[in-house]
Design a protein around this ligand. Structure first.
Ligand code: GLN
Length: 547
């Protein structure tokens, strides 16, 4: 029998519901249970792929090519759950399906309504979201209790609990205990009110997870318990973490969330779980031996969430080296005409992330040129890799007018161009080259040395590609094509082989990095940045001079 945990949020958004959800998955997996995780989002977009990063943070991409909410990134980083398009449903995707069935006449003359048709479709999505063999399915409901648009989702999970076998479902509600400096105390009223909102709909939470800055006192716990109708031991404190979000599973186990879940779902294995790998990670994170600064030159730099997985992957690479990574976030546009050397002065590495459109491209190219000429480790991802190729084309290979046709459709040297399968596509949603593709890593390259494998599968989200008409010219000038998608002969990795780290990848390795198993490229990039910081660039200097 599959058990279901529904996670809702109250009081305010951005409480870290995604991380709490992922932390519950960690605890259950430690018991040897097979877990699935799903996010239900109340917005009308069919998926978040068409949203600007400023609107909703980064668009995360799953192995099966689904453009997803960034919370799915948390799920994958924390847990072993298999995450894909089945792991997300939105108001838009639910309505599309119901309207499709209505047009097909599948409702046999009925009036199609929110209840039961939309709520039934949501419940079908929940059932489908739990992969076969799942012991526990965790479902996070986006939005905040009391939102108009969340109502059908809350109604659907209430009905789900009513229909499911007794004891097989539970409701976890995440709330905030705000601290009022003026009175020097934390307040429980917003929590009471948000639980009230859930109870109006007919959902009685089994467990309350209370986000707070200060520890929760016993009397506060008893008060919340009494007013919210939740046992005192099921009122769990989730205090702000000190160093990293990866402490959250440890904290929540200590505060009893693991015990509460096991009790509510009647799981037989109630022995304590072994969290030593997470303890070890916390130790490395909390006591770094070094600290370095990496520049991230991007278009959406103002918003941390816009490059969420990149910052996480850099930090994972850092933790592997017991190193704290600081980010110098630089708006790419500012690099276009500003003093790049001054802006980048003192950093130990440069990362240029993905992006779309003209704004920022010239700045990225200038930053990359500075890094290459100063032998500073550089990592280009997606648009960053394309910028790397353009920079090398323009300044080393003699293609002064090299460009991408994304920015200049009629340029004389279209070094980055649209592949045939991307031509004549009108719809924007879900039509890019998406998801995992095979990439052959060429023997003898720096990339091969780092990966230690000759075939990798990495995730893509782009339309444009390196133009093979210029491959020979670029290679002759010294830029190695180190990774190829053989089926379509696409260049997916470029590098300067004699450099400790000057690598551009057309794909997004950041989506596959986890705190306990950092992505090899990020680990190597931080390693190279550390060597650079300590002045140990010996491997490069002689070889670069020889060139
Ligand atoms: N705009 C580029 C393309 O579509 C790169 C996309 C990206 O960086 N994700 O090819």
């Amino acid at each position: 029998m599959t058990r279901f945990i529904f996670v809702t949020g109250g009081v305010v958004s951005s409480l870290g519901k995604g991380i709490t959800t992922a932390a519950i998955a960690v605890m259950l997996e430690k018991r040897g249970l097979k877990v699935s995780i799903q996010k239900l989002d109340p917005y009308i977009n069919v998926d978040p792929g068409t949203m600007s990063p400023f609107e909703h943070g980064e668009v995360y991409v799953t192995e099966d090519g689904y453009e997803a909410d960034l919370d799915l990134g948390h799920y994958e980083r924390f847990s072993q759950a298999s995450i894909g398009r089945h792991s997300n449903a939105t108001t838009g995707s639910i309505y599309s399906e119901v309207i499709r069935k209505e047009r097909a006449g599948d409702y046999l003359g009925q009036t199609v309504q929110v209840i039961p048709h939309i709520t039934d479709a949501i419940q079908d999505a929940i059932t489908k979201g739990a992969a076969p063999g799942t012991d526990v399915a965790i479902i996070e409901i986006g939005g905040t209790a009391g939102d108009i648009e969340s109502l059908p989702f809350l109604e659907a999970i209430r009905q789900f609990g009513l229909r499911a076998p007794k004891g097989s479902t539970m409701y976890v509600h995440l709330t905030l205990l705000p601290y009022l400096a003026a009175s020097g105390e934390m307040k429980t009223k917003p929590t009471q009110q948000s639980v009230g909102k859930l109870r109006e709909i007919g959902i009685q939470p089994d467990v309350l997870v209370c986000r707070c800055e200060q520890p929760m006192t016993e009397s506060m716990r008893r008060k919340i318990s009494l007013f919210c109708n939740v046992r005192p031991e099921d009122v769990i404190q989730e205090q702000d973490v000190e160093t990293t979000i990866y402490e959250v599973p440890l904290d929540l186990v200590r505060e009893g969330l693991d015990r509460a879940v096991v009790e509510h779902l009647g799981l037989d294995n109630d022995a304590p779980i072994d969290m030593s790998d997470w303890e070890d990670l916390r130790g490395r994170w909390a006591n770094p031996e070094c600290e370095i600064e990496i520049a991230v030159v991007g278009k959406y730099i103002e918003l941390h969430d816009a490059y969420k997985s990149i910052y996480e992957a850099l930090a994972h690479g850092g933790a592997a080296h017991k190193t704290k990574v600081r980010f110098r976030k630089i708006a790419a546009e500012d690099c276009a005409d500003g003093d790049v050397a001054a802006m980048l002065d003192g950093v130990s590495g440069l990362l240029v992330p993905g992006g779309f459109g003209e704004r920022g491209l010239e700045g990225k190219i200038r930053a990359l040129r500075w890094a290459r000429e100063n032998q500073v480790p550089a990592f280009g991802i997606c648009f960053g890799m394309q910028a790397m190729a353009l920079e090398y084309g323009r300044h080393v290979a003699g293609l002064e007018d090299a460009n991408t046709t994304e920015v200049d459709p009629t340029c004389k040297s279209p070094l980055i161009h649209l592949i045939e399968s991307q031509e004549n596509i009108d719809d924007k949603g879900g039509t890019m080259r998406l998801g995992a593709y095979a990439c052959r890593i060429i023997e003898g390259t720096r990339s091969a040395e780092i990966y230690g494998r000759d075939l990798v599968f990495e995730r893509h989200r782009h339309r444009w590609e390196f133009n093979n008409d210029f491959r020979e010219q670029l290679e002759k000038a010294g830029l190695t094509c180190a990774g190829i998608h053989e089926k379509e002969d696409l260049v997916e990795v470029v590098e300067l082989t004699d450099s400790p780290f000057y690598i551009g990848v057309q794909y997004h390795p950041e989506f596959k990095s986890k705190p306990l198993t950092p992505h090899p490229l990020f680990e190597a990039f931080i390693g190279a940045a550390l060597s650079f910081a300590s002045g140990n660039t010996a491997a490069t200097t002689s070889e670069v001079e020889a060139r």
